[in-house]
Design a binder for this molecule. Sequence first.
Ligand code: PRT
Ligand code: ZN
Length: 285
Amino acid sequence: MQKLKLAIQKKGRLSDESIKLINECDISFPTSSGKLVTAAYDFPIELLFLRDDDIPDYVQDGVADIGIVGENVLVESDKKVEEVKKMGFGKCRLSLAVPRTMNFNSADDLSGKSIATSYPKILQNYLDKNNIHAEIHIISGSVEIAPSIGLADAICDIVSTGSTLLSNGLKEVEQIFQSEAILIKNKSLSTEKQEILQQLLFRLEAVKRAQKNKYILLNAPNESLDKIISLLPGISSPTVQALAKEGWSSVHSVITEHDFWEKIQQLKEAGAEGILVMPIEKLIY
Ligand code: PRT
Ligand code: ZN
């Protein structure tokens, strides 16, 4: 039987989250082998541990079938692969930053200036679109020190919290690209590998959906049930069971995390008591 080859970052910002997600899909593999390739015990998949910059190339050439990589790296690489799914982690942005003391009104102020970056293609694309003529200095690391050593007037780099810019006397002036980890695939997977990918996606969806939802159990006086049920649509509708205590019921449902606290407040106001909220491991519709 064929195995689907999944490339993930060996060591870096995306490694832990990638491995965690694979494990949450109940796919396990030896953790401390130090090997570059390892097969999962319980799923037809093989993991390739690579530098993130190599992942788009390997997936394009079919050395790996699928891969998890930052969109910033994918777009900069310009490789021909298919984007399958955003993964919801590794979120960051590619931004222009200038020395704090520089008077900056708009990106046009960078015309005639030099910008240091490790992302020349994404930057050039942005400059072309905005009709800005600036010189690009390609450097591979520590881009944030370029202005202070006189190498460039501005930088274009990945920002997450902004603390690196702050501690280097820079200010973020323009976001040019939003990024997160993305699942990519080779353009011509065999039918068998495509089927394994579908199974993997099914598990990933169930895990992701579960993370966004919580299981809720509460007790309510019967006269409040209509109101409480209207607050809890659940997957189809909530389960309601009679309690031993006369005139009371237990209500079970699923609620999403985005309006969680608001919902809890409304439920309490509607008369709910003994509200119990639990994480969900997998959620399949
Ligand atoms: O060794 P390898 O080549 O595999 O790794 P790498 O060093 O090239 O990449 P790595 O591990 O640093 O990042 C992998 C991916 O994580 C990136 O391609 C992005 O998609 C994503 N990501 C998310 C980030 C950040 N957040 C991030 N903050 N990548 C880099 N940074 C750096 C940024 O370059 C800057 O130096 O962190 C600094 C800024 O962070 P803040 O929080 O101070 O703003
Ligand atoms: Zn890299």
